[in-house]
Design a protein around this ligand. Structure first.
Ligand code: SF4
Length: 177
């Protein structure tokens, strides 16, 4: 395991210092992607899906302000791959993209849950900034009518596990274990 303090001192400059709004960080979960992962639950969501299990997360003021360096230190200390969840991580896409870049610099795999579809993200100049740093996108709003508890890593059948590295808007490639 690397020494987080010295590594982040190298990775960050003052202009990188930005705050994230985070509800919680779970160290070593196995339900948000393959293997043990550090899952980060970000505040804020504008999708308001009927049946959402955590409507309190829609509010950007639900949770705590945490600086990116502190989150990265936790990820380095845990030494797991990473999942972004929420809320919708893309609600804070500028700050979350900055964190994602830093996570890729230390060689970790990133899964990202979002209520947007891959096609919406890929064709939106603001949202698409995060795609180069995401390995698997679990996309689409939760649909109560398509809820299926037997599905792996997703809540409703419309949501897809997209292999972002291999996909483009006209050809989606589904992630395979
Ligand atoms: S995208 Fe997720 S957090 Fe947002 S309303 Fe839908 S289920 Fe809830």
């Amino acid at each position: 395991m690397q020494n987080s303090q010295s590594l982040t001192t190298v990775l960050f400059t003052n202009k990188d210092y930005k705050n994230l709004k985070i509800i919680k960080i779970i160290d070593g979960t196995s339900v948000d992607g393959p293997g043990l992962r550090t899952s980060i639950y970000f505040s804020g969501c504008s999708h308001h899906c009927p049946g959402c299990q955590n409507p309190q997360t829609w509010d950007i003021d639900f949770g705590n302000k945490v600086d990116i360096e502190e989150v990265l230190n936790t990820i380095i200390d845990n030494d797991f791959d990473v999942t972004f969840s929420g809320g919708d991580p893309l609600f804070q896409v500028e700050e979350v993209t900055l964190l994602a870049k830093k996570i890729k610099d230390i060689g970790k795999n990133i899964w990202c849950y979002t209520g947007y579809t891959y096609e919406q993200i890929a064709t939106d100049s603001r949202l698409s900034q995060i795609l180069p740093y995401i390995d698997v996108l679990v996309d689409g709003r939760f649909d109560l009518n398509l809820r299926d508890i037997s599905l792996r890593f997703r809540g409703s059948a419309n949501q897809r596990l997209i292999d972002v590295r291999k996909s483009r808007p006209e050809k989606i490639v589904i992630w395979e274990d």
